[in-house]
Design a protein. Structure first.
Length: 115
């Protein structure tokens, strides 16, 4: 009787977990699976494969669309995106108004002084 921490041949592990040997080797290359090389044979353990599966978990993607309701009228994210655009435009205007003046006059005076 084998335990979850006893080494098994990579080929047998792949067959038992319905994977391919190349998949197990690829995951080992990515650092998600521990492989033991004894002689010329590669081994792993069921615990190592279970840990690999845990590390391979993909978190669900956030939703791209949300619907907001105002009273009886439904609106999409358009109101929010318009608001965000307006805020971004305000930021640009504020940044432009506080920038240093680099007019042609000040540049041309410096170039004349060098001549």
């Amino acid at each position: 009787m084998t335990s979850e921490s006893d080494p098994i041949k990579l080929k047998d592990a792949a067959q038992h977990f319905n994977l391919t040997v190349s998949t197990l080797r690829a995951e080992a290359g990515r650092g998600r699976l521990t492989i033991y090389r004894i002689g010329k044979t590669d081994y792993t353990t069921p615990n190592d494969i279970k840990e690999m599966v845990r590390l391979c978990r993909v978190d669900p993607k956030a939703r791209d669309f949300t619907l907001t309701r105002r009273g009886n009228i439904g609106s999409s994210g358009t109101d929010r995106s318009s608001s965000a655009l307006a805020a971004a435009n305000e930021t640009v205007l504020r940044l432009r108004s506080t920038s240093r003046n680099t007019s042609a006059k000040s540049i041309s005076q410096k170039s004349r002084a060098r001549q």
